[in-house]
Design a protein around this ligand. Sequence first.
Ligand SMILES: *Cc1c(COP(=O)(O)O)cnc(C)c1O
Length: 356
Amino acid sequence: MKKHNFNAGPCILPKSAIENTAKAVLELDGIGMSLIEISHRSKEFQAIMDEAVALFKEQLNIPENYQVLFLGGGASLQFCMIPFNLLNKKAAYLETGVWAKKANKEAKLFGEVNIVASSSDKNFSYVPKTYTIPADSDYFHITTNNTIYGTELHTDLDSPVPLIADMSSDILSRPVDVSKYAMIYGGAQKNLGPAGVTFVILREDILGKVERAIPTMLDYRTHIKEGSMFNTPPCFAIFTVRETLRWIKSLGGVGKVYEMNKAKAKLLYGEIDRNSMFKGTAEKEDRSLMNICFVMNEKYQDKEDAFMELAKSRGMVGIKGHRSVGGFRASCYNALPIESVQALVDCMQEFEKMNA
Ligand SMILES: *Cc1c(COP(=O)(O)O)cnc(C)c1O
């Protein structure tokens, strides 16, 4: 049976990216060797790395004065690398979910952390809008998409200090004005590729301003200087990222992908709002295009397992909500076809006919 992959991450990837990666694992471009058995210093791999960086710059419209790095350690290592490299005295953080909290926890090891606003009072079901960013902060950190709670910042904020964004779960899902950010980063395993590679887009002029010594591997300048090859990079994962970027380009770019994402979200949120058995958990204006969270209405609380069973029988995978929200979460990343969203909507309608 066809599966509809709503996994939150790792998650669905473009079919072409998976097929081309599979081929390259068997043999890379007729060179008689596998992608995973060649040197990262070979001209073949260098070409893959160069194209991945170039496509990233092209597709996200990244200005000249920014670097694109592919590192290890996941977004979680960035939670500590950011303050290590950038926090002198004070940093400001917007707290919009578990990932945002994990980020500010690490920063507290390096200096004073100012949580300018938090939506923890309502289980992170909204994105705070009114707060002041202290002008003497070394930087302001945000999480643009809150994967667990299904909220998303839909605009590029103005910040009086360098703006740093965790875009793990919405990178390349919409056009972004990169020039408004000093740094954008994330794990690749949600919209870009397999687990194992982390992307970092940064403006070099923010570096070199802290007094502490930074271990070589944790210093962004090391990786800039060595073109993400100070040590062996995650070659396999970078290959798939390149394939995903090629796919985005073939569709007509991020603007096109954004239109597709909006259409998918509209279809599913429309059904959540219409269907008498379900309701959304996130504040409407902050609803994520990527992670769509919903629960059963009070009256039907006991039907949750039954809906899960029906959905499963129709091929839905990964729609169980995170334990801190409950209910359901349908992650609708770039590669998810609208047909899968339609299949879920059909399922919800069928369930309503059976039960309401
Ligand atoms: C998944 C996720 C992370 C964690 O990424 P890792 O690469 O596993 O460390 C961080 N931030 C956000 C917003 C995420 O969705």
